[in-house]
Design a binder for this molecule. Structure first.
Ligand code: SF4
Length: 229
């Protein structure tokens, strides 16, 4: 059995698109003969132990029973019948970090609380993941002051950021589904890949390979004028 890295890349947007089109053809019954055989073989041969483990991990996550502020109320709703995170195998919130593998940072993190959160994260066993839920835990949110940490990724690794104040339970579950894809080694491409926007931010910051299009350069100059920069 061949072992794969769980960080296997999903390929370019064109390859992804081609795969989606072939899957659509297959579902419609448009694939036959050698094409159909190739399609099936591709999916049978590539199954590896690591992938099977990752499918199991992604669909049996135990989040820690842990909340920090108002966002936690939305997090609690995800286990209710209305949202039912049990559909994704994650309804068993565990009261001990020893039994949890997902920490949802749901609320602002005060400077005093940060070491506590970090200790809880450190006590969780590998493999483990973390979701930063809401504006406060992702960036300090409205609390731009000395008492609140300006982003949980300042003191621990974060896998997914969910925006909003507070994010609705659906948003948290959307982030959770993204995390599942990451765990299964097939993350959704980021917005830069989706919109072929590679390099735009580096260029705006004066980064190395910065060759803007005429349109982008004009827009940048206009923005500078507006700001009086
Ligand atoms: S993001 Fe909004 S809802 Fe969440 S903790 Fe901050 S203030 Fe509360």
């Amino acid at each position: 059995m061949r072992l794969h890295s769980s960080l296997e890349q999903p390929g370019s947007p064109e390859e992804l698109r081609a795969r989606q089109l072939r899957a659509r053809d297959m579902l419609r019954g448009d694939l036959d003969g050698a094409d159909l055989e190739a399609y099936v073989e591709e999916r049978l041969v590539v199954t590896t132990l690591e992938k099977v483990l990752n499918v199991a991990r992604a669909n049996s996550i135990f989040p820690a029973t842990f909340g920090l502020a108002c966002c936690a109320i939305e997090m609690m709703s995800t286990v209710s019948p209305r949202y039912d995170i049990a559909r994704f195998g994650a309804e068993a919130f565990r009261a001990s970090p020893r039994q949890a593998d997902l920490l949802i940072i749901s609320g602002r993190v005060s400077v005093k609380m940060a070491p506590v959160v970090r200790r809880i994260y450190d006590q969780m066993l590998e493999p483990k993941w973390a979701i930063s839920m809401g504006a406060c835990s992702s960036s300090g949110g409205m609390f731009s002051n000395y008492a609140v940490v300006q982003g949980a990724d300042k003191f621990m690794p974060i896998d997914i950021h969910v925006p909003g104040c507070p994010p609705r339970p659906e948003a948290l579950m959307y982030g959770f589904n993204k995390l599942q894809k990451q765990i299964m080694g097939n993350p959704d491409p980021g917005w830069r890949s989706r919109y072929q926007a590679h390099g735009t931010e580096e260029w705006a910051r004066g980064g190395p390979a910065s060759q803007p299009s005429d349109e982008a350069a004009a827009a940048y100059e206009r923005a500078r004028e507006v700001l009086g920069a």
